[in-house]
Design a protein around this ligand. Structure first.
Ligand code: GAR
Length: 218
């Protein structure tokens, strides 16, 4: 252990990518970040990769003959670099079959809602519009559906009456930055197994789960 190679796919700001970089640099994660692949040449994630000496590739779908071809090539670039886990960090596309088939049970995603509620885009806005009182974030394995794969870790946050999309997103993001490195660590230590839809975690309790505000007594 200790040499799990990670390949990151990101489309934008890359704050989750940064939380993973930071976790590696402070020794919490004993993995190697081998490559960032982005579909967006303007992604700030690229700056983060440069700042930390991580190779990056810009691969835009329109450069490829088809969606299949695109994900085939992404898989090939990951394989070439001996990536053992693909981490989606704000990658705003549905992953194509060739990548899923190349990394069975070895692709993770983070989503800013408590799945299966509010999949797809704008999970935080969907939660506000629906009027739920609790939302949060989910790290899950990726399957062919949209945000449908087995759940690894979730964290819950309260939704406040005066929340805006921005304020709720910020509250959730703080927990994304905590549970994503945690999920990757569990994977890298060989402590995750999937039984049907359930991800079983070996060893001590994980930290990410649970409400952030335990109920006060009467
Ligand atoms: C994060 O909130 C992530 O959960 C979300 O995009 C944001 C990316 O931020 N992902 C999705 O909505 C996927 N459907 P980041 O680029 O700063 O990590």
């Amino acid at each position: 252990m200790g040499h799990l190679g990670i390949g990151v796919l990101a489309s934008g700001r890359g704050s989750n990518f940064q939380s993973i970089i930071d976790a590696v640099e402070r020794g919490y994660l004993r993995v190697t970040l081998r490559v960032l692949i982005t579909d967006n040449p303007a992604a700030f994630a690229i700056e983060r990769a440069k700042n930390h000496g991580i190779e990056h590739l810009v691969m835009r779908p329109k450069q490829f003959a088809s969606r299949e071809d695109y994900f085939e090539r992404i898989a090939a670039e990951m394989k070439r670099r001996e990536v053992g886990l693909v981490v989606l960090a704000g990658f705003m596309r549905i992953v194509g079959k060739p990548l899923i088939n190349a990394f069975p049970g070895r692709i993770m995603n983070i989503h800013p809602a408590l799945l299966p509620s509010f999949p797809g885009l704008h999970g935080q806005r969907q939660a506000l519009d629906y009027g739920v009182k609790i939302s949060g974030c989910t790290v899950h394995f990726v399957d062919e559906g949209m945000d449908t794969g087995p759940v690894i870790i979730q964290a819950a946050v309260p939704v406040r009456d005066d929340d805006t999309e921005d304020s709720l997103s910020a509250r959730i993001l703080a927990f994304e930055h905590k549970i994503y490195p945690e999920a990757i660590r569990l994977f890298s230590e060989g402590r995750l197994s999937v039984a049907g839809r359930r991800v079983v975690v070996k060893g001590e309790d994980i930290e990410g789960v649970g409400l952030t505000h335990p109920p006060a007594g009467p």
